[in-house]
Design a protein around this ligand. Structure first.
Ligand code: PDD
Length: 287
């Protein structure tokens, strides 16, 4: 079935939706995005994603799309039109098309941003078998730019990282800078040692995950110990547990790092419990 997607004010069948070849997201990766998950037809952490979108736009001086205040309604309309029960909504805003290629930003009074949204249906998203078995990660060098707090569409290196993982028989990669883990290719990274949850503190080095914020809040509410600090890959390999968080994976246990098995090689106690709490609370708060 063809999806209905949204492009600059219009709901269209995906085959009819087009963006200019001069769009700056196409030529310069000059755009930002958000991924919001949908469970039972409702949006998870929508307000957090909207707030981060606004921040990403501000940091890059990309004007807010005219429809910014209608984004909740647009998300809901796409969920309804595409009959999404479980899945994701992808949203992208680019600086638009100046009708030519030029490094200099176009005048925001003249060139309007491009706004695109589409759905991805993933029935049973929250019941992923990987959450039961855990995933394997490898470590790779983090060679991305220095503003990883901005959710830009520059995803070539994260894609390469996933390919390196696949080639090594793993599921994903954690990136290392100056010996310390920054984050996963498309998720935040955590370890658990002696029942303490350890994850890198927020800075420009990592994306400020919306799932991360919620999970840390729930962990603290459940009286779990949380330390926001950097950890090395060796510390991770010696950890009791590890896991990742993102809008599309929620909380996902990691059972092997660079071929080193963590604990018994199956998800431990903390990550599955956090996943359970996160899913329960997020479903309750979904809009
Ligand atoms: N990725 N770190 C990076 C580099 C990410 O790309 C993501 C999200 C996260 C987790 O953020 P959040 O919890 O807000 O989803 C951390 C999305 C899911 C993606 O690119 O598909």
């Amino acid at each position: 079935m063809s999806r209905t997607v949204y492009v600059n004010g219009a709901y269209l069948p995906e085959e009819q939706a087009t963006v200019s070849i001069f769009d700056r997201s196409f030529l310069m990766a000059d755009g930002v995005y958000e991924v919001t998950s949908v469970l039972d037809g409702k949006l998870i952490d929508f307000d957090g994603h909207l707030a981060r979108l606004e921040r990403s736009l501000n940091e890059l001086d990309i004007p807010k799309p005219e429809a910014f205040d209608d984004l909740l309604a647009i998300h809901r309309e796409l969920v309804a039109r595409n009959e999404i029960s479980d899945g994701m909504i992808y949203l992208q805003v680019s600086r638009g098309s100046a009708g030519d290629r030029d490094f200099v930003f176009p005048d925001p009074e003249v060139v309007k941003p491009t706004l695109v949204l589409f759905t991805q249906s993933k029935p049973g998203l929250a019941e992923s078998p990987a959450a039961k078995s855990g995933i394997k990660v490898i470590s790779i060098e983090d060679i991305r730019w220095g503003r990883r707090d901005i959710k830009t569409v520059q995803l070539l290196y994260p894609s390469m990282g996933k390919m390196m993982a696949k080639k090594a028989g793993a599921d994903d990669a954690w990136m290392i800078e100056d010996g310390f883990v920054t984050e996963g290719t498309s998720n935040n990274a955590y370890i658990v040692k002696n029942n303490t949850i350890i994850t890198r503190a927020l800075s420009n080095d990592i994306l400020h995950g919306i799932t991360r914020a919620a999970v840390l809040r729930f962990a603290k509410e459940a009286q779990m110990d949380v330390e926001e600090r950097s950890f090395t890959i060796d510390e991770a390999k010696a950890a009791d547990e590890a896991f990742i968080t993102s809008a599309s994976t929620f909380v996902m246990p990691v059972v092997s790092i660079d071929g080193v098995t963590l604990g018994e090689g199956v998800p431990g106690r903390v990550a599955p419990r956090l996943r359970e709490i996160y899913l329960e609370e997020s479903r309750k708060a979904a809009i």
